[in-house]
Design a protein around this ligand. Structure first.
Ligand SMILES: [Zn+2]
Length: 135
């Protein structure tokens, strides 16, 4: 029994399941094409979420920066702390999201390469087997 992911809700399930216990979608009815399509949609959704987060972080960072620059609150006043914290949090949050997005890209590229290599190996194996049969 191996653990895979439900192509619809992405929760961990056993590959013996015909139906996802979490979202109830019928996995056995999906063909490879549909599973790939759903995985692609999930990846895009995930990317979109991190993009939104990094956008919000950027707004927080810029907002804090502009307030500090234009309003010029007294140093170590409540506003000054609020803007400084906004800048710090926005900056860190933005960086974290960028790192996640970059690593997501790497993971995608990595799994694509793995799929191609394993497909190639399977084809080589098939050819060598049929060659042996011919001989
Ligand atoms: Zn599910």
């Amino acid at each position: 029994m191996a653990i895979t992911r439900c192509p619809k809700c992405a929760k961990s399930i056993s590959d013996k399941h015909k139906q996802c216990p979490h979202c109830g979608s019928n996995i056995s009815e999906l063909n490879d094409e549909q599973v790939l399509q759903l995985q692609r949609e999930q990846r895009i959704k995930k990317r979109q979420m991190f993009m939104n987060h990094s956008f919000l972080a950027l707004i927080l960072f810029l907002g804090g920066f502009f307030c500090l620059y234009f309003l010029q609150p007294q140093e170590e006043s409540l506003q000054w702390y609020a803007y400084t914290i906004a800048i710090g949090v926005g900056c860190i949050w933005y960086l974290i999201n960028r790192i996640i997005l970059v690593s997501l890209n790497y993971l995608n590229a990595y799994s694509t390469v793995l799929q191609q290599v394993s497909g190639l190996m399977a084809r080589c194996y098939q050819t060598s087997k049929s060659n042996k049969l011919c001989n």
